[in-house]
Design a protein around this ligand. Structure first.
Ligand code: ADP
Ligand code: MG
Length: 416
């Protein structure tokens, strides 16, 4: 697919024009209203360069973004205010937040916007039409947003984390205004292309996290492409169950067991080796201070806590084994924490994998981390962004790309 890029737009000239930018400001928050705090500002930082380029070129910039999953109506805990506060601190241009998305407040603020200024509209998901399955509803909402840009407007999609969504601010709007691909989307695609087109081998994929059924789909496409798939996190228990082991009270998707058994059979035939944990940190309950012990992966329910034990991390032997596999790799893609890293006692597996990626990167491998929680985990554990080849801002989007699925937000931007 061929795309017009931000640089094409800048070459056409943006001074005096209103440019709508879809950014990804969907940051993790902690605390309660009104003192919510951003815990990982990675996506705000990643959104900054495109906004700066447009501001410096003299555009009046209107940003569309979402945060969390509000139910189609305003809700203070999903306000973009905390993300906009961070943006304002980082930006060397004026940034303001509209009181609504396309209401009177947003229209007035957009009309008053001066060249070089950036206005962020309130959470686009405060309007149920943003995510509607009804084409006409989404189109009507997209038209309201496009009208904020006026006659001479343009649209830039820089929200890689949302390109897999058929949403008004990502998909429908691209047919209403001249549409361009932002630098962040461009950069993400360049890296993903390197993973899918002739990756340097060995190509090792590390999968974990909690959205088991979401992530199983990517395995389908990686069998035959990846040399090894290392499995940890919550999804591992569906694998262990597929091998016939009891997994106690650990996360398990019973309806996926047969599918996973199929993967385990197909993998070796198609040249992909699955590497599963041999030991698991099993906890008494799901809590930061829960009692825990290391148990053989094939005997979780026979451990200290019996059938009520919950596997919350890969064990130390597995951590070392995964690290050794990563050390041999020339290309590594990692999505999903190895354990419940939010609790210190269950962060060691995630730390071991993160550390191994940084060492592989230093040795000349290409290492890519995808997923909101994975990115937050590596930063929270004290690693720096530049210790990895690339930290993707889009978990779901990068997985769907690797699955070989069509990404509506990209299709909408394509020109032939
Ligand atoms: P990402 O956002 O990186 O794609 P996910 O959203 O799929 O990752 O998963 C992240 C979550 O997975 C974390 O909150 C972590 O606590 C959880 N997790 C990891 N291992 C386990 C486990 N063994 N049991 C339950 N949850 C887990
Ligand atoms: Mg997540």
């Amino acid at each position: 697919m061929a795309y017009a890029t931000l640089d094409d737009l800048l070459a056409e000239g943006v001074r005096g024009r209103r440019v709508l930018v879809r950014s990804d400001l969907n940051v993790p928050l902690e605390g309660e209203v009104p003192s919510l705090k951003v815990t990982d500002d990675g996506r705000v930082r990643a959104s900054l360069p495109v906004l700066r380029k447009l501001s410096e070129a003299g555009a009046a910039v209107i940003v569309m973004a979402h945060l969390g999953r509000p139910k189609g109506a305003p809700e203070e805990k999903y306000s973009l205010a905390p993300a906009v506060d961070v943006l304002r601190e980082l930006a060397d241009f004026p940034v303001s937040l509209a009181p609504d998305t396309t209401g009177e407040g947003a229209r007035a603020a957009a009309a008053a916007l001066a060249d070089g200024e950036v206005l962020v509209l309130e959470n686009v998901r405060f309007d149920a039409r943003e995510t509607s399955k009804d084409d006409a509803e989404r189109a009507a909402f997209a038209r309201e947003m496009a009208q904020l840009a006026g006659e001479d407007g343009a649209y830039v999609d820089d929200a890689f984390g949302a390109v897999h969504r058929r949403h008004a601010s990502v998909y429908d709007i691209a047919s209403l205004l001249p549409a361009y691909q932002g630098d962040l989307v461009r950069a993400e695609l360049v890296v993903l292309e390197r993973l899918t087109t002739d990756p340097q081998r060995p190509f090792v994929v590390v999968l974990g996290g909690s959205k088991v059924s979401d992530k199983l789909a990517v395995i389908e496409n990686l069998i035959g492409t990846a040399d090894r798939i290392l499995v940890g996190g919550g999804m591992v228990f569906t694998f262990l169950a597929a091998q016939g082991h009891e997994v106690g009270a650990s996360l398990l998707e019973e309806d996926q067991i047969d599918t996973v058994r199929g993967y385990l059979e197909r993998g070796p035939r198609d040249g992909t080796q699955f590497v599963l944990p041999t030991d698991i940190v099993v906890a008494e309950k799901f809590a930061a201070d829960a009692g825990h012990s290391v148990v053989a992966a094939d005997a979780i329910a026979a451990g200290t806590y019996g059938a009520s034990g919950i596997g919350l991390d890969i064990g130390p032997v597995t951590g070392a084994d995964f690290a050794a596999n990563i050390a041999e790799a020339k290309t590594v893609f990692w999505n999903g924490p190895m354990g419940v890293f939010e609790f210190d006692a269950f962060a060691d597996g995630t730390r071991a994998v993160a550390q191994a990626l940084t060492e592989a990167q230093a040795d000349g491998a290409l290492t890519v981390v995808g997923g909101g929680d994975s990115a937050a985990a590596v930063r929270g554990l004290g690693f720096a962004d530049d210790q990895f080849g690339h930290i993707s801002t889009g978990g779901g989007a990068s997985l769907e790309y690797l699955e070989g699925k069509e990404l509506p937000g990209l299709t909408a931007l394509a020109r032939d």
